[in-house]
Design a protein around this ligand. Structure first.
Ligand code: UD1
Length: 414
């Protein structure tokens, strides 16, 4: 797959629009399984995760049409997917489980894959489905669920984004009231609820820890525009901060990014919200302390890009990863560029300000790969970033092109 040649660059500058959020679009696409009427999702980014999920949904009996950046989908006769291998390619594919179970009373899905950033079990999804009346049977490599769903009370031990979304999707068609306690508050969960409500669902409490779904009504189609990608936006802000750039991000929702904006301000950069967008400028110099948490805490997906920025700060930054247990893989690759990073269990100590020198590095996972591209912007000479598994294009529609439009020197070699 792709190899990126990244040369050290000066200040990034210019204006750029962010794409719609991958993590909003994927669950929205799965909502297409809930209805026979067309659901149109606008401004869908060209991501391999989107293409993979489109294949999985077709395998589940969905009809898909893609036109001018919009995806329209509906499911006349949904069914469990036949291809196990598709499911192992991405974790979000587990989100077909709730809709299939709710609509047909049966779902058999292969156990999901995705980035190898931790164990990533699906026990919370399964316990949620059980609370709605499903019988769950685990077999090696797959899980089968059956039963006619009805509303129920669910308490999540951890506010899992995927489990919250899966249970919401299932509960919309389950007769009666479902209450999810300790639900995820991520903006992408709220976006899913907004879309489902536009399809005729009755969901209250989105964005809080208690989500209540009055289920059982038939859902209809609608046209929906997903929220902008706060992680893509944050990645671009880190890139700008690393180069003392001046960049205007258009179409972002700063209210979705408060934790990241706070940390960026602590480094010394100026961030200004204007009617045209969010402008970053100035010099990032002060080290930061970052603890990843569920929303509204600092997003785990921004830990790696922020670590790339920390390489350019004066002094020692501290990163504590509390969401995933194996999410410092990029640190080893950054060290190959000359970065000073010490890892102790879930804590990374990053000594900034060292001279970085371009060399060959390998993308470790989606956000880790993006962070290595950022590190390459600050390294002397050329950094050759190998991405044999295509991690970066899973979640960024065109990161090298976006950075290039701001002045970076990055070439892509397929
Ligand atoms: C989603 C995002 C991902 C982000 C993550 C955390 C999508 C498509 N992906 O992933 O980019 O990094 O949220 O913000 O939206 N867990 C369990 N049991 C479960 C489910 C989760 O123990 O049944 C654990 C996971 O192992 C992990 C933590 O909960 O340690 C968070 O996972 P979760 O919020 O579910 O992440 P995803 O929905 O997979």
């Amino acid at each position: 797959m792709a190899t990126y040649h990244i040369r050290r660059c000066g200040r990034l500058s210019g204006e750029i629009s962010v794409h719609a959020a991958k993590n909003a679009v994927l669950p929205l696409m799965c909502a297409g399984l809930l209805t026979q009427e067309p659901l149109t999702i606008e401004h869908v980014p060209q991501l391999t995760d989107v293409h993979t999920l489109a294949d999985i949904l077709e395998d589940c009996g969905c009809t898909l049409r893609q036109e001018e950046g919009a995806v329209t989908l509906w499911a006349d006769e949904p069914r469990s997917p036949s291809g196990g291998d598709l499911l192992s390619r991405m974790r979000a594919s587990v989100l077909v489980m709730g809709p299939l179970l709710a609509r047909t009373g049966y779902a058999r899905v292969g156990l999901p894959g995705g980035c190898a950033i931790g164990q990533r079990p699906i026990d919370l999804h399964l316990r949620g489905m059980e609370a709605l009346g499903a019988q769950v049977q685990l077999t090696p490599g797959s899980v089968t669920l059956q039963g006619r769903l009805r509303g129920g009370n669910v308490y999540l031990d951890f506010p899992s984004v995927g489990a919250t979304e899966n249970i919401i999707l299932a509960a919309t068609l389950a007769e009666g009231v479902t209450r999810i306690e300790n639900a995820a508050k991520e903006p992408e969960v709220t976006d899913l609820c907004d879309c489902l409500n536009a399809m005729g669902a009755h969901i209250a409490g989105a964005g809080t820890g208690a989500i209540i779904i009055q289920g059982g009504t038939e859902l209809h189609g609608c046209t929906y525009t997903p929220i902008p990608d706060r992680i893509e936006a944050g990645t671009l802000l880190c890139a700008a901060a690393m180069t003392e750039g001046s960049v205007l991000l258009r179409g972002v929702r700063p209210e979705h990014m408060q934790a990241v904006l706070f940390k960026l301000r602590e480094t010394g950069v100026a961030l200004r919200e204007t009617p045209a967008g969010l402008r970053i400028s100035g010099r990032a110099s002060q080290p930061v302390q970052v603890r990843t948490l569920a929303y509204p805490g600092f997003p785990t997906d921004m830990q790696a890009p922020m670590m790339a920025l920390a390489l350019c700060l004066r002094g020692t930054s501290i990163f504590m990863e509390t969401v995933f247990e194996n999410r410092f893989m990029h640190a080893r690759e950054m060290a190959r560029l000359g970065a000073g990073i010490r890892i102790e269990d879930r804590i990374a100590l990053v000594t900034g300000g060292r001279v970085l020198s371009g060399t060959d590095v390998t993308s470790t996972d989606l956000r880790g790969g993006a962070s290595l591209m950022l590190a390459g912007l600050a390294a002397e000479g050329t950094t050759v970033l190998h991405d044999p598994c295509g991690h970066i294009t899973r979640g960024y529609a065109d990161l090298p092109g976006m950075l290039r439009s701001l002045g970076a020197d990055i070439t892509v070699h397929e």
